[in-house]
Design a protein around this ligand. Sequence first.
Ligand code: 5AD
Ligand code: FES
Length: 370
Amino acid sequence: MSGTGSTYNLDDLLDRALSSPLALSSGEMAYLLSLGDDADVAKLHAAARSVKLKCCGRGVSVRGLVEAGNICAKDCLYCGIRKSNAEVERYSLDADSIVAAAQEAKSLGYASLVIQSGEIESEAHTQFIETVLGRIKPLDLGVTLSLGEQTEEVYARWREAGAERYLLRIETSDPALYATIHPAECRWERRAECLRALRRTGYQVGTGVMCALPGQTFASLAHDIEFYGGIDADMIGMGPYIPHPSTPLGQNAQFDPKRALSLALNMIAVTRLYLHDINIAAATALQALADDGRERGVMAGANVIMPNVTDTRYRRAYKLYSNKPCLDEAATMCRACLDRRLAAIGEELLLGQRGDSPHFHRRMDKCLKA
Ligand code: 5AD
Ligand code: FES
């Protein structure tokens, strides 16, 4: 990680960032990302949190997360469910189990659902997801899909079947860094094109990166935030990169969990300061590094949490990284735990609300007026 000189005045930068979105240069963002002194970090996070309160209000939007299957056709060098990891017991939930998880989410008061799985591109899978979307439609949940790279036609079919949002992390906005963490057949350009296709097909589009990847610089992370602005993202999900021992990137990895956590929190804060009214998730990976990681994400400007509603029988098998939390806690327990944790920081879950990003509504209003 390269250092940045401190020719910047922190208070001035934060004042400017608070007054309007897109007000920071990439050099200024790299400087803010590099902050490590406790008092400076506290100022940075407090400023981001005040933007969160101004643009998104008090409260945290909630989406129930269903890990629908861990079969994956890809071989990302960091990911625990990559196809070459023979140690993983593979599963895929049937439609009844996904619908049951959606009902569980609904009964807990979660008005939104995220369906995530390993990446599969096939007609059978496309149809399966269409069937599932049709069956959960009567529950009237806001549905996000996180099912990887697909053709525009597939995205359009799932949109038609009822999905409104799609999450596809770009992982890093730097094609050269992307190439060091993926096999050659995974092309950064295709991923970027998928994000454009999602926008064209009318989704609320979410993206994000992993923080503290080997070889990643503050400048590269600042560029990631500019990338979010450039594609006019509605939501961002970011978390620390956590080595998984059964992956090429995770073997013999030098890993400093404290540094990865601080960097991920600073990324949330600077993204909030640059983009103001988007949805930002406090990723579960934050909680893998500190028990109170997600609450710290909210205190640094995040406004979305995605508790797991997958049946606990399958949670161990969906392990993207080491130390995954909440492996044995059923959804009701996760709900009670979250209520308690958020109350401790003066926040609460926004139950019964879909939690679209204010940015998305502003974008739609602009389109209608144009
Ligand atoms: N550490 C942290 N995040 C990871 N992901 C995959 N593997 C890891 C890891 N080892 C993230 C990727 C992917 C998302 C579903 O999970 O960013 O897009
Ligand atoms: Fe499954 Fe990367 S290993 S999408």
